[in-house]
Structures are given as structure tokens and as C-alpha cells.
Write a protein that binds this ligand. Structure first.
Ligand code: ATP
Length: 204
């Protein structure tokens, strides 16, 4: 049976980079962010529902969703946020079930589900294991500053809003530390891939 394993980590910890290496190893990674974009893409009934609820002002000149405009509407309005979630959440859930069913049908030993807020939402408890990508606070600060072009105070504020790393580590089945260079990261992903396969082989 195909196992489903979560992949998570804090902001700029290296989740996408790790996911890319797992894909190179032949593992299907279902990306929650990508699904969230897909269910409101141009031409979807999800986008039609959003326009019905919030008006055509949330569209850009091309008729695609202007995520900034929608974000500004739901930012400090709980009712609006709940309305949006009632539209998107069931669609994201359905699409992720569909993607995971495809992984299971392929006979792969396991598939990964990458999401930033897995532990926060408790989703990892519904899965067969959890990979956490971790970085030490100084490295994380430096990567957030350089990737997002933020000054130190803004980067620190963004990090302070996150769930503490210890809480994610406590939920981890496998941890990938990403303080070193990219070659080290790749090697560690390969190691964890082998460890996952070995654990599945012994659990059947
Ligand atoms: P987020 O969820 O915040 O979008 P993420 O967890 O998916 O981020 P990545 O996008 O993979 O993280 O990496 C964050 C940034 O750090 C990227 O600019 C990436 O190129 C860089 N990075 C990741 N790992 C390393 C590394 N080992 N050495 C140097 N740079 C790295």
C-alpha cells in the first residue's frame, strides 16, 4: 500500500528545494500551495464562486484572481475569510484526494504532501509520517532577508509569527537539517528517502 508522508518546515527552511530533490528521486510531491492556486485558476468554478461572493473587483485585467486584492479584503474580516475558505477548502481537499489516489494507483511506495502549515493544522496526524525541514534561527533569518529583500526587523517579525521550530521537530518522523550548502542538503534528502523506503519495507 502507498504511504502518504507530510513534508513541512518553517518559512524559507528549504521545503521547495527538498521537494525538488525528492521529485528527482521519482517521488510524487503534492504541493498544497499549488493546489490552492489551481482551484481558483482562470476558468474554474472556484474562481466563479469567488467572483459571486466578492465581486469582479478581485480580478485583474486578464480575468485572473488578483490575490493581493482578495488578501486585502479577507485580511481583517473573519466573515469574508470564512466565506473564502468555504469556497476553497473543499475544492483543495477534493483535488488533493484525487492527486493522492493517482499516486496510490501508480503503485509508488510513498507520496509526499508538502504544506507550510501541516503541524499547525494537525494534518500530519492523518498521515503515515512527517518530514520536517529545519534551519537554525540565524540561517533562517539570513535566508529570509536575502530571498525576500527584507531588513532584519521585518524578517524577525515574520519569523516571530511562526510556530516554534521545536513544536514541528517534536512531530517529525524524519528531520532534514538545512544549515549547510545545497550539496549537503541533496545528500541528506537521498538519505531520508532511503530511510523512508526502509521503514516502509519493515512495516509491511
Ligand atoms: P517558503 O515556504 O518560505 O516559500 P521554502 O521552505 O520552500 O520557503 P526554499 O524556497 O526551498 O524554502 O528555500 C528558501 C531560500 O533559501 C531559497 O532562496 C533557496 O534557494 C535558499 N536555500 C535553500 N536551501 C539552501 C542551502 N542549503 N544553501 C543556500 N541557500 C539555500
Amino acid at each position: 500500500m502507498t504511504a502518504f508522508i507530510g513534508l513541512t518546515g518553517g518559512i524559507a527552511s528549504g521545503k521547495s528545494t527538498v521537494a525538488a530533490r525528492f521529485r528527482e528521486l521519482g517521488v510524487t510531491v503534492v504541493d498544497a500551495d499549488a493546489l490552492a492556486r489551481e482551484v481558483v485558476a482562470k476558468g474554474t468554478d472556484g474562481l466563479a464562486e469567488i467572483v459571486k461572493a466578492f465581486g469582479a473587483d478581485v480580478l485583474d485585467a486578464d480575468g485572473a484572481l488578483d490575490r493581493k486584492k482578495l488578501g486585502a479584503i479577507v485580511f481583517d474580516d473573519d466573515d469574508a475569510r470564512r466565506t473564502l475558505e468555504r469556497i476553497t477548502h473543499p475544492r483543495i481537499a477534493a483535488l488533493s484526494m484525487q492527486r493522492m489516489a493517482a499516486v496510490a494507483a501508480s503503485g509508488a511506495p510513498y507520496g509526499l504532501y508538502e504544506a507550510a502549515l501541516l503541524v499547525e493544522k494537525g494534518t500530519h496526524r492523518t498521515m503515515n509520517g512527517l518530514v520536517v525541514v529545519a534551519v537554525s534561527p540565524e540561517v533562517q533569518l539570513a535566508r529570509v532577508m536575502s530571498r525576500d529583500g527584507l531588513d532584519e526587523a521585518s524578517a524577525r517579525a515574520r519569523l516571530a509569527a511562526q510556530m516554534p521550530l521545536e513544536d514541528k521537530l517534536a512531530a517529525a518522523t524524519w528531520t532534514i537539517w538545512n544549515d549547510a550548502d545545497l550539496a549537503t542538503l541533496r545528500a541528506r534528502v537521498d538519505e531520508v528517502h532511503r530511510a523512508i523506503l526502509a521503514s516502509l519495507a519493515t512495516s509491511v
